[in-house]
Write a protein that binds this ligand. Structure first.
Ligand code: 2HA
Ligand code: ZN
Length: 265
């Protein structure tokens, strides 16, 4: 819980969570569930999910609450956060801790998160964290770059040398869509099998990872590169040099990464 709270507060101090913006979920390890069990509340109602995710049956998730503000998480985690249990069919959940004694609801993006957790777990059971935020410079970039995965990946890879090392597979981009719905959930989930980061145009980004540090670190790296890119644009000066595709490939051997060839010319 303290790691989750820290992630929320770090996101807040970065300026990524105006008002109730953003949300996060974490699939708990069995030993973490056991240590929290003495604090669980009994008898919460099962709430149906629109989707059935068999491989999430019996899993427990820490989640931010709908309408909750990230800056309040550190002050009152038992109100802003909750722990939810998924039923044996993977098609309903109930609140077992927090969220104002079960009176409030998980994030509006809970179905999107669960669908993505299901896909990530199937691909790699080590994946546990999904984090959505509204980083300033990355959102700004969605107005000036083509809304294509290749355009975003290359712009960010070539702006900061760490980027191709930290996200060698690149990042995906979706056009503007209505948040909170099934359509954006499905469009996002179609990309998360392949990518750990999906940009939502004029809205924000979803990042996925095995733990709090790698997931937050991925978002932080992407946003920092976007910030440098915007700073370069702000100078109004012509770009005299950048990292070439050939130089990008030179990172592979020393850093033991394989860059996504779809994004190399
Ligand atoms: O949780 O960011 O996308 C509020 C949002 C919805
Ligand atoms: Zn959002």
């Amino acid at each position: 819980m303290s790691g989750f709270i820290r992630l929320c507060n770090d996101g807040w101090t970065q300026g990524w969570h105006e008002r109730n913006g953003g949300n996060a979920t974490y699939r708990m390890k069995p030993e973490e569930v056991d240590s929290c069990r003495p604090f669980f509340i009994e008898g919460g109602d099962w709430i149906a999910l629109d989707v059935e995710m068999e491989n999430l049956a019996g899993e427990y998730f820490i989640t931010t609450g709908t309408g909750k503000h990230f800056n309040n998480v550190i002050l009152e985690p038992e109100i802003s956060l909750g722990i939810t249990e998924i039923n044996e069919k993977g098609n309903a959940y109930r609140i077992v801790w927090g969220l104002n004694n079960g009176k409030d609801r998980p994030t509006s993006e809970f179905p999107t998160h669960l669908l993505n957790h299901s896909i990530k777990k199937a691909a790699n059971p080590e994946y546990r964290m999904i984090y959505h935020a509204h980083p300033i410079h990355l959102i700004a970039l969605t107005f000036v770059l083509p809304l294509e995965s290749k355009a975003f990946t290359k712009a960010l890879w070539k702006t900061m040398t760490e980027c191709p090392i930290i996200f060698p597979h690149g990042i995906a981009v979706l056009p503007w869509m209505v948040p909170g719905g099934v359509e954006i959930a499905k469009a996002t989930s179609a990309l998360v099998g392949e990518f750990d980061a999906v940009v939502w145009a004029h809205h924000g980004i979803f990042c996925m990872g095995t733990n709090f540090d790698t997931t937050f670190g991925l978002m932080h790296t992407i946003e920092k590169s976007a910030a440098i890119y915007m700073d370069i644009l702000h100078t109004g000066k012509p770009i005299l040099q950048t990292i070439s595709d050939e130089q990008l490939l030179q990172l592979e051997e020393p850093y033991n990464v394989k860059l996504n060839r779809d994004f190399i010319d």
